[in-house]
Write a protein that binds this ligand. Structure first.
Ligand SMILES: Nc1ncnc2c1ncn2[C@@H]1O[C@H](COP(=O)(O)OP(=O)(O)OP(=O)(O)O)[C@@H](O)[C@H]1O
Length: 326
């Protein structure tokens, strides 16, 4: 069996507050294989970014990993701090955030940023690093890469800048990319191009991707598997084909109903009523029950069951396909 690039087990992030301990990520487990794109989806506040930030050691205090393990290429990393974590970022884990300007230094030419990143993580000469920097820009579709290498970040359009960020994330040949809403800040017309670029480059190189998005359309376009999060927990996990064609969790079905692309041609729940509960005011039982059209007494009394063998839906009464399309 191929070793997973990323393996998360029972990951729990806690935030101590005056109102008690909040758990924005609560007992989450999944794996990502080489070359696989795992889409992590859910409404705002579901805990998607917290899970990604936990992996790359960028949780803002007082948020902290309270329980669970994170392994990258078989090596446990959840306890790493400072320099050890910084070395891992860039070399083994590349990052693409929503706003390209958070990843790029506005005062440095992009060629220098690429070259320094390559030199920091790969054992190559400066001239080889400079050559690779041009090749990296070329690969992400920056026209005239050899000349644009001397440009500053502000001299690119938003879409082109995100291409530069992808080049920067991939230039040290990491085995894992964490992409957190990589297209949300871009014009609709360039969103699909950036997702297609990320997908093709990672597939070519066998890079694993954790693709965080609120958009089921992006999941349908790019992901191989999908993890649906709700109020810090995994609601559903499975292959994109299974989850999008026959969602088992009523929340997943509702998310699909609000996405024209993902629900095209299918009759689904139209909208999920209400809003996700605040973490300091979670209902008893399954956190989704107040919004669930299928909730029964068990759902109101008992926390949702865990996913069995890491797949399926964390639901007492998962939808049969007949119900999902009724
Ligand atoms: N310092 C904090 N104190 C209390 N709650 C916090 C703090 N930081 C984050 N949270 C809560 O943690 C939860 C998870 O946030 P997270 O950013 O991971 O959500 P998300 O699914 O990525 O949403 P979005 O798409 O809006 O970024 C949210 O409910 C948020 O309000």
């Amino acid at each position: 069996m191929t070793q997973s690039v990323l393996s998360i087990r029972d990951l729990t992030v806690e935030i101590p507050t005056r109102h008690g301990i909040l758990r924005p990520v609560d007992g989450v487990s999944y794996d990502i294989a080489p070359g696989e794109i795992l889409g992590v989806v859910g409404e705002s506040g579901a805990g998607k970014s917290m899970a990604g930030n936990a992996v790359i050691g960028l949780l803002s205090p007082p948020a902290r990993i309270a329980k669970g393990e994170i392994h990258v290429n078989g090596k446990r990393i959840d306890h790493l701090k400072g320099d050890a974590m910084r070395r891992l970022r860039g070399k083994e884990i590349g990052m693409v955030f929503q706003d390209p300007l958070t990843s790029l230094n506005p005062l440095l030419r992009i060629g220098d940023q690429l070259t320094e990143t390559i030199l920091a993580h790969l054992d190559v000469s400066r001239s080889e690093a400079e050559k690779r920097a041009v090749a990296a820009l070329d690969e992400v579709g920056i026209p005239g890469a050899a000349e644009r290498i001397t440009s500053y970040p502000h001299e690119f359009s938003g879409g082109m800048r995100q291409r530069v960020v992808i080049a920067l994330a991939l230039c040290a040949e990491p085995s894992l990319i964490i992409a957190d809403e990589p297209t949300t800040a871009l014009d609709v017309s360039v969103q699909a191009q950036i997702i297609a670029l990320l997908k093709s480059l990672c597939k070519e190189r066998g890079t694993a991707v954790m693709l965080i998005t609120h958009d089921m359309g992006v999941i349908a376009e790019a992901a191989d598997r999908v993890a649906v999060m709700y109020a810090g927990k995994l609601a559903e996990l499975g292959s994109v084909r299974d989850v999008l064609t026959t969602p088992r969790h009523p929340y997943t079905d509702g998310l699909m109903g609000s996405t024209p692309l993902a629900s095209r041609g299918k009759k689904r729940l139209h909208q999920i009523p209400g809003a996700m509960p605040r973490l300091d005011n979670l209902p008893d039982g399954c956190a989704f029950h107040p919004r669930c059209p299928f909730a029964q007494d068990t759902c109101r009394a008992d926390p949702a069951p865990k996913l069995s063998d890491g797949n399926g839906a964390a639901c007492w009464f998962p939808l049969s396909h007949a119900e999902a399309v009724a």
